[in-house]
Ligand binder design. Structure first.
Ligand SMILES: Nc1ncnc2c1ncn2[C@@H]1O[C@H](COP(=O)(O)OP(=O)(O)OP(=O)(O)O)[C@@H](O)[C@H]1O
Ligand SMILES: Nc1nc2c(c(=O)[nH]1)N[C@H]1C(S)=C(S)[C@@H](COP(=O)(O)O)O[C@H]1N2
Length: 195
């Protein structure tokens, strides 16, 4: 079976220029290692907030590295140099508005400024591309959602919908650790995997 390939793009002027150390890629890798029950590989890029460079990174990861999923972090706000959603839409074939909508809903449970993120989810070719905000803590918040004191899901994270989306895009069958995020798919789409 095709191994799950995930592209990770950290968009940050200061991290790309060495002013601070990038925490975006390590936070993404740490969360994915905790959440995914399926083996995966990552391909990473650290780029400044420049639209042509972000577009190039997305296209490279999808078209040449054949990533099934690409996650970006940073540059989704209203500031002049925040252009990640613009770059993502410029190279998109189709929009998946539910991802942005749900992430802003989740994030409102954490910060009132959640509505300032213009983050989008799109499809390019057979790859799903999703923007996450730049605050490293927002990676877990949006992917995993919010649980109550007993570990019960209060707001589902967007990653719950990612495995089925990849399946519909004819990518690999992806499973998650339920205690981190439970992947949801219709009964008819569930495959029995013998481990
Ligand atoms: N890659 C990163 N590594 C560590 N911290 C980050 C990173 N990206 C963003 N942050 C933190 O999250 C905040 C909000 O992220 P945002 O994408 O708006 O960055 P920014 O303020 O435009 O700065 P920069 O692009 O220089 O990281 C930043 O001000 C910074 O404190
Ligand atoms: N889950 C979560 N979402 C969040 C935040 C956060 O800390 N956690 N920060 C918000 C803030 S302050 C801004 S300005 C926007 C855009 O952030 P970005 O430019 O770092 O992408 O994301 C918002 N969404």
């Amino acid at each position: 079976m095709d191994t799950l390939r995930i592209g990770l793009i950290s968009v940050s002027d200061r991290a790309a220029n060495g002013i601070y150390q990038d925490q975006g890629i390590p936070a993404l890798e740490a969360w994915l290692s905790r959440a995914l029950a399926t083996p995966f590989t990552t391909e990473t890029r650290l780029v400044p907030d420049e639209q042509p460079l972000i577009e190039q990174a997305i296209c490279e990861l999808v078209d040449e590295r054949f990533c099934h999923l690409v996650l970006t972090t940073g540059g989704t706000g209203p500031a002049r140099r925040d252009v990640t959603p613009d770059a993502t839409l410029a190279v998109a074939d189709r929009e998946m508005p539910g991802f942005g909508e749900q992430m802003r809903q989740i994030s409102l449970r954490f910060v009132p400024t959640a509505i300032l993120s213009r983050q989008v989810g799109v499809i390019r070719k057979q790859s799903l591309v999703i923007n996450l905000p730049g605050q490293p803590k927002s990676i877990q918040e949006t992917l995993e959602g919010l649980k109550d004191g007993e570990g019960k899901v209060a707001v589902p994270g967007i990653f719950a919908a990612v495995p089925y989306c990849l399946q519909l895009l004819e990518g690999p069958y992806v499973d998650t650790h339920r205690d981190v995020v439970a992947a949801f798919r219709p009964k008819s789409a569930i495959k029995e995997i013998n481990n």
